[in-house]
Design a protein around this ligand. Structure first.
Ligand SMILES: Nc1ncnc2c1ncn2[C@@H]1O[C@H](COP(=O)(O)OP(=O)(O)OP(=O)(O)O)[C@@H](O)[C@H]1O
Ligand SMILES: Cc1ncc(CO)c(N)n1
Length: 274
C-alpha cells in the first residue's frame, strides 16, 4: 500500500559542503521518515574550513517557494535556519501568516535563529537580528538558540545552569511559546545540558558530552529532528526529547571530511528505523 509521509518545510540556506543548512535538514527529515520541502533563502560558499561568502535569493522567490509547497502539498511542521536579511525575515513572517503556519495555527513552527556559522562567519546581516526577535519569535512554537545566539539576542552570557535559566526566561519575553537554550558550547561540563521551558514547565535534557571535533551542522540537525517529530504529531517536550537522543547518536557517528570540521551524521538512523 502506498503511504504518503508527513511533510516538513525548511526555510534556510544551502551549505555547499553538505553538512549544515538545508542539506542537514533534508538528510534529517529523510532519516526520520518525513518528506522534506524547501524554501531556499541563500546560497553559501562553504566547506569544512568555513564560509567564504553568500548570496541571498530574491525575496519574492523565497516567499513563492513557501506558497507553492504549502498551498499544494501541505506542511505538517516548518522550521527556519539561515535567513540572511531583515527583508527576507519580514516577508517570510507575512507569508507564514498567509499559509497558516505558526504557534497560533495547527502547524508548529521552529525558529533556529542562525546568526553565524560555528567558524564565526556571519550568516545574517547585522540589522536582521531585531527582525528575528520581533517578526519571528512571536510566531514560533519553539526557538532553539545556541549560546552565542543567546548572547546576541539577550545580552546574557551563559556560563552555568543558573544563567542558562535566566537566558531562557529573557528569551520567552520575545513571545515564542517554548524556548530551548542549547548547551553544546558550555565546554567545561561533562554533560551536554539543553534547557527547555514554556514559562511553567522547566525541562533539563541531559546527555553525555561526546569527544569529537566534528560537529558541523549539529544545531541544524537538532532543530530539524525536532521539526520531524512535530510533523509526526509529537508535542514539544516529546519532540525535543526524541531529537536530543537523535542528535547524540549523530554526534557520536560524526565523520571527518575535509581539512576542518566534519559533519554530524544521521546515517545510523537508516539502519535503525523506529
Ligand atoms: N560534543 C557533544 N556531545 C553531545 N552532544 C552535543 C555535543 N555538541 C553539541 N551537542 C548537542 O547537539 C545539539 C546542538 O547543540 P549546539 O549548542 O552545538 O548547537 P549549535 O551551536 O547551534 O550547532 P552548530 O555547531 O551547528 O552551530 C544540542 O542538543 C547539544 O546538546
Ligand atoms: C547554510 C548554513 N546554515 C546554517 C549554518 C549553521 O550551522 C551553516 N553553517 N550554513
Amino acid at each position: 500500500m502506498t503511504v504518503t509521509p508527513r511533510t516538513a518545510l525548511t526555510i534556510a540556506g544551502s551549505d555547499s559542503g553538505g553538512g549544515a543548512g538545508v542539506q542537514a535538514d533534508l538528510r534529517t527529515f529523510f532519516a526520520n521518515g518525513v518528506h522534506g520541502l524547501v524554501a531556499l533563502t541563500a546560497v553559501t560558499v562553504q566547506n569544512s574550513l568555513g564560509v567564504q561568502g553568500f548570496s541571498e535569493i530574491p525575496v519574492d522567490v523565497v516567499t513563492a517557494q513557501i506558497k507553492a509547497v504549502a498551498e499544494d502539498m501541505g506542511v505538517d511542521a516548518a522550521k527556519t535556519g539561515m535567513l540572511a536579511t531583515a527583508e527576507i525575515i519580514q516577508s517570510v513572517a507575512k507569508t507564514l501568516d498567509e499559509v497558516h503556519i505558526g504557534r497560533t495555527t495547527d502547524t508548529p513552527f521552529v525558529v533556529d535563529p542562525v546568526a553565524a556559522s560555528m567558524t564565526g562567519h556571519a550568516l545574517l546581516r547585522e540589522e536582521a537580528l531585531e527582525a528575528i526577535r520581533t517578526e519571528l519569535f512571536p510566531r514560533a512554537t519553539l526557538i532553539t538558540p545556541n549560546l552565542d545566539e543567546v548572547r546576541l539576542l539577550t545580552g546574557v552570557s551563559v556560563t552555568d545552569a543558573a544563567s542558562q535559566r535566566t537566558a531562557a526566561e529573557a528569551l520567552l519575553e520575545f513571545g515564542s511559546q517554548w524556548v530551548l537554550v542549547k548547551g553544546g558550547h558550555l565546554c567545561d561540563t561533562a554533560d551536554c545540558v539543553d534547557l527547555l521551558t514554556d514559562g511553567s514547565a522547566i525541562i533539563e535534557l541531559s546527555g553525555p558530552r561526546i569527544d569529537t571535533e566534528n560537529t558541523h551542522g549539529g544545531g541544524d540537525t537538532m532543530a530539524s529532528a525536532i521539526t520531524s517529530s512535530l510533523a509526526k504529531g509529537a508535542d514539544v517536550p516529546t519532540a525535543v526529547a526524541e531529537a536530543k537522543r537523535f542528535i547524540e547518536r549523530c554526534v557520536m557517528e560524526a565523520y571527518p571530511l575535509g581539512a576542518g570540521v566534519g559533519p554530524v551524521s544521521p546515517f545510523w538512523r537508516l539502519a535503525n528505523p523506529r
